[in-house]
Design a protein. Sequence first.
Lengths: 518, 538
Amino acid sequence: MTDYDAVIIGAGHNGLVCAGYLAKAGKSVLVVDGRSEPGGCASTREFSAGFRVSDCAQWFSQFDQSIVKELDLKGNGLRLGQPKCTISLQPDSDHLIVDGDTISGAGVDSADQAAYRDFKKMVASFAKLMTTLYRSRPPKLVEQNWTDRLTLMKLGLGLKLLGRERLRDLMRIVMINIYDVMNEHFSHSALKSTIALDAVTGTNMGPRSPNTVYSYLHRATGEHLGQSGTTQVMGGMGALGQSLAGAAEKCGATLKLGSRVSGITKTDDRVTGITLDSGEAVSAKIVISSADPTTTFRDLLGYDQMETGMAKRVEHYRSRSGTAKLHLALSALPAFKGLEEAQLSHRLVITPSMDGMEQALNPMKYRELSTLHTFDISIPTIEDPALAPAGQHVLSAIVHYVPYAPDIGWETGKPQLLNQLISELETYAPGIGELVVASELVVPSDLEASHGMTGGNWNHGELSIDQALMMRPFPGSTQYATGVEGLYLCGAGAHPGGGLQGLPGRNAAKEILKRGAL
Amino acid sequence: MNQYDAIVIGAGHNGLTNGAYLAKAGLKVAVLERNPYIGGATVSRELHKGWWYSNCSYVSSLLRPEITRDLELPRHGLQVVSFGGGATFMRNGDYFGNYSDHDRHYRELARHSKRDANAYDRYAADTSLQTKLIRPYLLRTPPDPTSMKPRDLRDLLEFSRSFMDLGEEKLLDTIKFWTASVGDYLNEYFETDVIKAHMAGSGIIGTALGVYSPGTAYVLLHHYMGDVDGNVGAWGFARGGMGAIADALSKAFQSYGGEIICDANVDEIIVKNGRAAGVALKDGTEYRAPIVVSNLDPKRTFLDITNPSDLPKDVLKKARNFKIRGSSGKLNIALDGLPVFNGLDPRNRLMAGDLHFSDSLERQERAYDDWKAGTWSKDPYLDMMIPSLTDPTMAPPGKHMMSVFVQYAPPKVEGREWTDEDKDGFEKSVIDQISNYSPNFRDLILHCETRTPREIEAEVGLTEGNIFMGELTFDQLLFNRPFPGYAQYRSPIKGMYMCSSGTHPGGGVMAAPGANAAREILADLKKPNTVPGGYADD
């Protein structure tokens, strides 16, 4: 007799989604997390007295709508902000505005506007196709069973329905880089780099790196699943974590926060439970980990508990990132050149040309700091004043490219980089430096420490084709089951991957129930 | 009388191969060549009295053995001598030797890292599995996955079955391999910088990608899938230089009654009511034939010598978007004697192999960064050979000929055309690097031919100087090469075909595109096939 049917490691959004679905099906589920708040990367943190910020994920755009309904997140307090458009800031203040499939400003000509609409149509048709794959467990190609064959048939049909030319386009571009695809479609430099930024966000890749078309499609598919447009969560991302926790508990799941999992217990070739830092042991029929694969297999299970081939795959699983977060507490709303106050609540991005992005990337490869960065900025306090003291504001930005461990060390590196970033912001928001009352720079190694993501990679492992779809996280541990009996994955390290979609959790729960593992 | 059954444009190795098979089937064939000499990028030229340079392609391995046998190239004078191993010289004065003898190689690996030495056999096995997979498909026409034709479906089924037979995990590993970067791939086996760097070179040669760019593991495979005398993965020198291959092919071609016409610079392909009818030269001469085969790269074929009004819009667009980036240059050097390299006994037979100076992946990646920024690498990756050590006919007795392949060199320098000053700067960066490791090298130089992408394009007609006639990235491989829908050697114009390295299976002196194209042409003519098919030989 075990304490629970299933123990879920990690109360991140995927862990909670998985818990919700399993509990809903009448299973007894315990969710354990070392952090005192639920949500994992969907978290809000007070980084300075009175100033709170979504300290990891910042935009709500990809969360699968079926989960919002099926777990009644709205009923559990999830409130979303206004839909945002993307404003790409230009040095000459003639900014590029991307709103749905229409673009304006920055002297974009009608040819590029038309090309953009066609491009969005093409991407939408691909995204629609990929949702089939994203909402189901990734099919095996050789050892298929009927579920796999069904998925593959659905896919095949979808591919046929694309039409010959579209299908050829897909087969041609899916493995290449966004740089070439942009140059094939558009002539406007800022338009190209603004789209390219979406392809490299959260990665350590530049626009020229093959695979960036796939990472762009991954994001586009997410947005197709979300149907919400890009927006913010009222109360910060933590509120999403809270509503997911509430939903899971309503379904009957138990949450145990603030107690870190120290290990996964294996007896007689089968996982039988977990142990906590406190020394307490919890037994369960199965253990489901929403921690990233490296943490799950290397740190919690241990190489001595798996066969060599699997240990090798774990060791070679790539989980690097060039993503940092910049958090600024501002005494007042900053003024951006060429923007009205009302526009500041939208998604503001700053990026050099695509070639500039490549130059910005180079130093990271050699553990050096760059002098040129890309920014994805949110000022949540305009819509959600409660996040800061009255009249004051919070600026949160996703920044690329930042090394994991610079040779000069973060001791010296951080202040240097912080000044660099603020000086880069000054070109677009003169005087913003004076408004800063407190600041925080969260580098990849910090994200690793605070959210337990190996390498600080928020996808729980790079989303390159060789680590995606039916290969995620690695051969032998696909379809949410792993090479170890009784141990399952439900985090971003499982198909379809990261980006606040909630699908790994949902798919894992459905697969586990279908297998009758419980 | 300028009337032929078929005209092939370009007397490179693929054009000659294509012509040979058409002539062998009984067609009256002419191969037209712009230059006064044949061979295209497969030439030997005496550019300094007594010294013969293979001044474009410089080593042989990929040439399909089926074709060598079938066209009796050895009888026509072709002899390929394989060379053993190679070395990478290190900044610390040491070197890593790549010995062809297995046990000697193990000891050398172990000298740098016991762990790497033990990983090597696993690496070799995994990599050769991939070569075994691809080799049978080199002499095959890629099936069109969007087509419902019985033949395409049959080929697709067979293709997918050979992958299914691997089993789930090996299949996924294969997909992994085809999409991974050579850096990541090697990191899964080896820990030592110099060992990884030595092997990674094959992943970037001729390619506008860096060692950390996904897709470069395939480029590595592209350099491993050849063989010399059935010894898979081995490389060799054609006796007398690479021109010997073109000469043997031309003799075979002529033995079947084919005709080679040099100094024939094609201006345009003549199209009469939707059908190819012949070609017109720049000097006005016209040659007539119902079959016209272009051995020029896809850009030149569709954008230079075809009248746009004869082509569908989408093909023009695809040709414009075709990626054929110049990324390499070459130095051919006449030496007064044998250069000495720090740490290596000049009598060591590694000297006869491929020599390099990039001892870390990071240095190779930085070389790529320079290319991205639009300039030649300040610390380039060199693939250096001294062919005269293996084939004395390349230089006078006691003297030597050196071939230095240079990665990277951009097609344009910071957006503008190459100038002679740029060329000198490029040459200097190479000579300097070699001199850093060889004290007497500089004084031995008698003559140096430096070829930037500008020279390669001007002389050989490879757009942007790209040696593979198009990037070897997945969007331009197999059924995507040169573009989707046109991967079966037929152009949109009836009677007009493609046979260059811009078609499947791509660049390198392989002769497979020329042979595959001939097979398709003969099929359209309802003639018996004279072209050998691919077979699994290992």
